[in-house]
Design a protein around this ligand. Structure first.
Ligand code: AMP
Length: 279
């Protein structure tokens, strides 16, 4: 596995390989878990060589504390990627990615304004900009994103379409812990008690899914079902619970089988968790 930190060096190397090999890419912020690794394995199946980036992108954090406390373990991440047989790992610094004087950003429209876009101002501008830059550096033919961050996946797909970027975007299934909790690097910041409270998210979403078996419930009913599973304690606060069109993220007026995305963001203690399910 080759580790490169300089954007220029990696870009030079990738431009030499482009057209000769199918380049797969998995962008991450590190502190890798099985969810990330499933993306890497998926990329390996669909390409000749795989690049993984480890970069905690400062510009996508609207909350400074969240950025400062974002968990990191570079050594362990590199070992996991080596064990999987990843070809290149890209580990730039913030200065490498944003040298002084940078003036350009990428902004995606409507699809980035709902859900997390509404509660985290500037977040998706940061995401779109860094992913666009990473695509220019890595020159991938294929990039894999997890459906855990469903809105992010749609934002990237929209950007790629609008800017004619020559990369195929692949959406990978959300990976859960055995007890249902959606895997996330931020889970490491939960105390044992908070982790138990956090199970309410997946329980609520699974209950909503179960309620659609063989019948079409109203959205009000589904709201009630999900909310009933979210613990009513001070340290747990729902940021949003939305029922939206899985293609556009526009709010739905009624349940539509196969098109209804339930998206949930909940603050549990110090951590904001997101989860979703397609009904
Ligand atoms: P992050 O390191 O959180 O920026 O995530 C990097 C990539 O991994 C994104 O495409 C995420 O959607 C994906 N990812 C994170 N957690 C999961 C999960 N539990 N299941 C599937 N993909 C995930």
């Amino acid at each position: 596995m080759k580790r490169i930190s300089s954007p220029q060096s990696l870009q030079r190397e990738m431009l030499k390989l482009k057209g000769r090999k199918v380049i797969g890419f998995v962008p991450t912020m590190g502190f890798l878990h099985e969810g990330h690794l499933s993306l890497v394995k998926r990329a390996q199946k669909k390409s000749d060589m795989v690049v993984v980036s480890l970069f905690v992108n400062p510009t996508q954090f609207n909350d400074k504390k969240d950025f400062q406390k974002y968990p990191q373990d570079r050594k362990r991440d590199l070992q996991k990627l080596r064990d999987l047989g990843v070809d290149y790992v890209f580990t730039p610094t913030a200065k490498d990615m944003y040298p002084e004087g940078a003036q350009t950003t990428v902004q995606v429209g409507e699809v980035s304004h709902f859900l997390c876009g509404a509660s985290r101002p500037g977040h998706f501008d940061g995401v779109a900009t860094v992913v666009c830059k990473l695509f220019q550096i890595v020159q991938p033919d294929l990039a894999v994103f997890g459906r855990k961050d469903f809105q992010q996946l749609l934002v990237i797909q929209q950007m790629v379409k609008d800017l004619n970027l020559p990369v195929k975007i692949d959406g990978a299934p959300l990976v859960r812990e055995p007890d249902g909790l959606a895997m996330s690097s931020r889970n490491a910041r939960l105390s044992a008690k908070q982790r138990v409270l956090a199970l309410g998210l997946s329980r609520g979403l699974m209950a909503a899914k179960a309620a659609t078996k063989g019948r079409a419930p109203t959205l009000k009913e589904l709201q009630r079902i999900v909310r009933a599973e979210i613990p009513k304690v001070k340290s747990v606060k729902i940021d949003y619970l939305a029922f939206c069109d899985a293609k556009t993220l526009r709010p739905l007026k009624s349940f539509k089988r196969g098109q209804t995305l339930v998206a949930l963001a909940v603050q549990v203690g110090p951590v904001r968790l997101i989860d979703n399910v397609l009904l």
